[in-house]
Write a protein that binds this ligand. Structure first.
Ligand code: SF4
Ligand code: MG
Length: 336
C-alpha cells in the first residue's frame, strides 16, 4: 500500500522565556492509504502537536515547525504557503476534536454550519449542498435529518454532536481524517458507536485515519498499527496485535496494564506512577528512565534509538531490545 502521509524527522518547538521547548522531537512515521493508525500517549507526549503540525495549525508564535518534512502524497506541507494550506485543510486532510462544542458555533443551526461548510469546500450551490448535507448525515447515522438541520448544537447530545463533526469532516471526502481524542468526552457505549462509525467510513470511503488517544483500549478497537509517543518521541511502533501480545517498551507495557477490561467491567486498575517529564527537561538518557522499573546505568546517560524488533516494522526505543548481547546481560533484571 502507498503511504498517504509520511513524516520525516519532524521537530516542532515552542519558544518561551525558558528557551526552546521541543514538543515534537524528531518524529518519523507514516500512514498508508486507507489505514487507521493509532497515536497513543499521555497528555503532553506530543501527539496533539504532531497533528496540529500536519494541519499547519501550530499556534505561531510561540510554536513553530523547526525541522523535518510532512509529505502528503509526496508534497511537503511544511513548505506550503498558508493560502495553499487552507485548500488542503478540510479538503484533503480534515480534523475532529474531543469536544465538538468548541468547533461548532453555538449561535448557528446545525444545518447552517453543515451546509456552509459543504458550500465552501465543494463549491456546490445551496440546494445541492443541502442535499449533500442530508445524505452525509444519514451516512453517519444521524436521525430525523430534516428537523436536525434547524436545531442548535446545545440541543444535541455529545454523541450526536460528534456525529455532526464527523459529517462535516467527511463531507469533502478527505484522504486523511485526523481525530484527536474523538471519544474521550463520551460514555463507553457512545464511544464504541463512534469508533464503529469511523471504522465504517474508513472502509466505505477508504479514508485514512490518524486516531489520537491516551487510551490503548480505543486503539485495540479499530486500529491496524499504532505509534506510542512519550515526551515528544516515538518509543514504540508496530502492528496493534503484535504490540498487545508482545509489548517491548516498559511504557507500552504500563499503558496496556492500565486499559480497563470492558468485558469484566473492571475499572482502570493500574496507572503508571509519575508524570511525563516537561519537554526539553531531560537532556541526557532515556526520557522514561525516571519512571521505568527496569532502568539501569546506561539508561541515565545515553539516548536509546528506535531498534527494530522484527521485519514487520515493529520498533522500540529501549536498551533492553538493542539486539546486542552485552546489553541483555547488563540489564538490571532477568527474564525467566
Ligand atoms: Fe527503561 Fe532503560 Fe528501556 Fe528507558 S531504555 S525504557 S529506562 S529500560
Ligand atoms: Mg491532546
Amino acid at each position: 500500500r502507498e503511504k498517504i502521509i509520511e513524516i520525516i524527522g519532524l521537530r516542532t518547538s515552542f519558544f518561551t522565556d525558558e528557551g526552546e521547548i521541543p514538543a515534537v522531537d524528531n518524529v518519523d512515521f507514516h500512514i498508508h492509504e486507507g489505514e487507521i493508525l493509532g497515536v497513543v500517549g499521555e497528555s503532553g507526549c506530543g501527539k496533539s502537536v504532531t497533528s496540529l503540525s500536519i494541519m499547519g495549525l501550530v499556534p505561531k508564535p510561540p510554536g513553530k515547525v523547526v525541522g523535518g518534512e510532512i509529505l502528503l502524497n509526496g508534497q511537503n506541507l511544511v513548505k506550503l504557503p498558508e493560502k495553499k494550506m487552507r485548500q488542503i485543510r478540510g479538503n484533503e486532510v480534515a480534523m475532529i476534536f474531543q469536544e465538538p462544542m468548541t468547533s461548532l458555533n453555538p449561535l448557528f443551526t446545525i444545518g447552517h454550519q453543515l451546509i456552509e461548510g459543504i458550500k465552501i469546500h465543494t463549491k456546490l450551490d445551496k440546494k445541492k449542498s443541502r442535499e449533500k448535507a442530508i445524505e452525509i448525515m444519514k451516512r453517519v447515522g444521524l436521525p430525523r435529518t430534516e428537523e436536525l438541520l434547524d436545531e442548535y448544537p446545545h440541543q444535541l447530545s455529545g454523541g450526536m454532536r460528534q456525529r455532526v463533526m464527523i459529517a462535516m469532516a467527511m463531507a469533502c471526502n478527505p484522504k486523511v481524517l485526523i481525530a484527536d481524542e474523538p471519544t474521550t468526552a463520551l460514555d463507553v457505549t457512545i464511544q464504541s458507536q463512534i469508533l464503529k462509525l469511523m471504522k465504517q467510513l474508513n472502509e466505505e470511503m477508504n479514508t485514512a485515519i490518524m486516531l489520537i488517544t491516551h487510551d490503548l483500549g480505543v486503539v485495540a478497537q479499530i486500529c491496524e498499527r499504532v505509534v506510542v509517543m512519550y515526551a515528544g518521541k516515538i518509543v514504540e511502533e508496530g502492528e496493534v496485535q503484535a504490540i498487545f501480545k508482545n509489548p517491548k517498551h516498559p511504557y507500552t507495557e504500563g499503558l496496556i496494564k492500565s486499559v480497563p477490561d470492558i468485558r469484566t467491567k473492571t475499572e482502570r486498575l493500574y496507572s503508571i506512577p509519575g508524570n511525563v517529564p516537561k519537554p526539553g527537561s531531560i537532556k541526557q538518557g532515556c526520557r522514561f528512565a525516571e519512571r521505568c522499573e527496569y532502568a539501569f546505568d546506561r539508561c541515565f546517560v545515553e539516548n536509546p534509538e528506535l531498534y527494530p524488533v522484527d521485519d514487520n516494522g515493529h520498533r522500540v526505543r529501549c536498551f533492553l531490545h538493542t539486539g546486542e548481547e552485552e546489553t541483555k546481560h547488563a540489564g538490571a533484571f532477568t527474564t525467566s
